[in-house]
Design a protein around this ligand. Sequence first.
Ligand SMILES: Nc1nc2c(ncn2[C@@H]2O[C@H](COP(=O)(O)OP(=O)(O)OP(=O)(O)O)[C@@H](O)[C@H]2O)c(=O)[nH]1
Ligand SMILES: [Mg+2]
Length: 454
Amino acid sequence: MNLTDTIAAISSPVGQGMKGIVRLSGSRAITIVAGLIVNPKSESPKTGQVAIVIPPDNVIVKADILISRAPHTYTCEDMVEIHTFGSRPLLNMVLEAVVFCGARLAEPGEFTMRAFLNGRVDLAQAEAVMEVINSSSESQLHSGMRKLKGEFSNEIKIVEGELINLCADVEASIDFIEEDISIVSKSDIVRRSKSILGRLSSILYKSRLQNVEQELPTVLLFGPTNSGKSTIFNRLIPDGDAITSEVAGTTRDIISGLLQIDDLCIRLLDSVGILGTQILPYAPQLVLNREAVAITRSVLDTDVILLIVDVCELGNWRKLIDEISGRNYIVVINKIDKIGSDMARKMAEEDNLADCIFISALKGDGINCLKERVRDAVSLHRDIGSHFTLSSRQHTNLTKAVAILRQMVNSNYDSIEFIAFDLRCCLDLVGGITGRIMTDDILSRIFERFCIGK
Ligand SMILES: Nc1nc2c(ncn2[C@@H]2O[C@H](COP(=O)(O)OP(=O)(O)OP(=O)(O)O)[C@@H](O)[C@H]2O)c(=O)[nH]1
Ligand SMILES: [Mg+2]
């Protein structure tokens, strides 16, 4: 790929529209477009409306041209946008015309690659461009915008700086090992590597892999059999078709559905009921109960657990609290239509149940309140708006760097060469996220700080 070529591409979405855009970037972009303008007023065209002639049939169309000069453009090169009618055949003709006049068809992502290579954005920001374009939820868009602004890169760069400094100190210690000069003490290495590990772990903790299913917050309907979990699931999910019945143990597996509350999309799970305090004399139910506990345990690690309790069997819920203690849960008292809302509240009070929600899944009472509480609990738990969505490359690099550092922190730090090796690996991984070239950085830090050769 020749990076000195002037490149061109259609940059508006496929399909018909009022406007379509052909974009050029490179040193000849302005000259190429100037060659298409009918009766140009000067040799160097300016932004504005013009008539362009499209070879080979010399069709003339009106177009708005937008000229931006290097280096104050996205790619840091001269850029021209030709805005005309959003007809695909017409845009193809314009594209062919600029190629005929000397431009080359751009490779996928080449505009952004030039922005990266010319120092306009780092690698994480370049990837964020695609994240913003492809975002399917407000939180994804938010994450992409923040990465584009460089917030994610800045956090990574702080860790990278600390890693470079530590690497430089450790590698210098190896260089001076013969002279018995101690550049950095073992306790200093321990302290600084722990601090780097802490920073990287916290970035990883507030990041999510760019995968819609994994990225979605998860809410689990959990509780005794027959408490109405599947009925609530069907009430919350527009096309929910979980089987419900008065027979205890109807749901035999985890069922998943997408729940939209305002701008928040949640994966809602209906689970197998737990028999709770009921000790049934026949075996199949007991087997089911064990299976139920096993299956449900496997998904307990969700963002929010809704503990569903039948208002007429309030005693059952306490046994289940141990299963979910320490987790983010909300107690939901269902079937209040059986005894009325006032009576339900009184009974809950007598049972020391505070801060629970009262609903009737059958009648639909309290469902909006339940949705609001779920939305608030999920947002609080996920801290929506402050997390970053990572590409699998970024996620892999971060996870590997954390694993290497964790292993190093748990070792005895006996071999300075091993430490240097581990730090180098970490630096390659962390530096790879923003696309910085590390070797020169380390060398310059060593020279700058230790005046080697003096
Ligand atoms: N009166 C009343 N009945 C309800 C309500 N919600 C659910 N039910 C009934 O309670 C019974 C059990 O409901 P399910 O939704 O199957 O309960 P579940 O918790 O999924 O049960 P398992 O899958 O067996 O664990 C059904 O007969 C429902 O119609 C409610 O709000 N009021
Ligand atoms: Mg069920």
